[in-house]
Design a protein around this ligand. Structure first.
Ligand code: SAH
Length: 223
């Protein structure tokens, strides 16, 4: 009998965690990166809960996108300096020999520099590879990608791994990226879970609206 009530309790806790995760996730995708910063600064426990939920989602996938980025970096010189925007638990930094600047809102690892990714403490043109692995979350995408452009050297690489269902119009998105100073080098749209896009910086971002840059929020279904 006590076994049954423990199981019930565990199931209710699970449901509650799931509901809180979905709520936090929705806030992250429907507000600006500054709203996200405020949210987690006010409630660091919410951040840990978000990460537990994120882990549970991604574990269901056949392959973790960050592993694709690890493989990519291992094929390139270890001397390249990397910036990981929205680094989470720093799996990337822990898996490659490169110097990796890790940015997130709350430190899950001592490697993390806490900041809003729309404004990172790096000098202009100081990195070779900028990474957004499931991290293009705020509604101010243009500002966030503009920051990546600022810190990348000319010809530097921008890697984006993002949930496939978020792309409403991939062509329009890639076109908007050219306006932000990024040429598409390769795109792997073969996974139904996530797209992997590689860009090269062609120059500074051009100002003005980039309407094609929209991504749908990634909202998880109740299970
Ligand atoms: N790149 C990691 C984590 C992805 S989860 C991986 O692939 O495993 C998305 C991460 O982006 C979360 O850790 C979240 O806290 C972070 N994030 C969201 N908005 C952010 C912001 N404005 N500034 C910095 N990090 C942000």
């Amino acid at each position: 009998r006590s076994g049954r009530s423990a199981a019930l309790r565990a199931r209710m806790e699970e449901r509650l965690l799931g509901a809180r995760f979905r709520y936090l996730n929705q806030q992250l995708y429907t507000g600006s990166s500054r709203d996200a910063e405020r949210l987690f600064r006010a409630d660091p426990a919410a951040f840990h809960l978000y990460h537990q939920g994120f882990e549970r989602q991604v574990r269901r996938w056949p392959e973790r996108p960050v592993q694709r980025i690890v493989r990519y970096l291992r094929r390139r010189p270890a001397s390249l300096v990397v910036a990981d925007f929205g680094c989470g638990d720093c799996t990337l930094a822990a898996s490659v020999r490169n110097q990796v600047h890790c940015f997130d809102l709350v430190p899950l690892s001592p490697r993390v520099t806490v900041c809003d990714m729309a404004k990172v403490p790096l000098a202009a043109e100081s990195v070779d590879v900028a990474v957004f692995c499931l991290a293009l979350m705020g509604t101010n995408l243009q500002e966030i990608l503009g920051e990546a452009n600022r810190v990348l050297r000319l010809g530097g690489t921008l890697m984006v791994a993002e949930v496939a269902s978020r792309f409403e119009d991939t062509r329009a998105f890639l076109k908007a990226m050219t306006q932000l100073g990024f040429r598409t080098v390769s795109k792997d749209l073969s996974s139904s879970y996530f797209y992997l896009l590689e860009f090269a910086k062609t120059g500074p971002a051009r100002p003005g609206p980039a309407p094609g840059l929209r991504l749908r929020p990634c909202l998880y279904k109740k299970r």
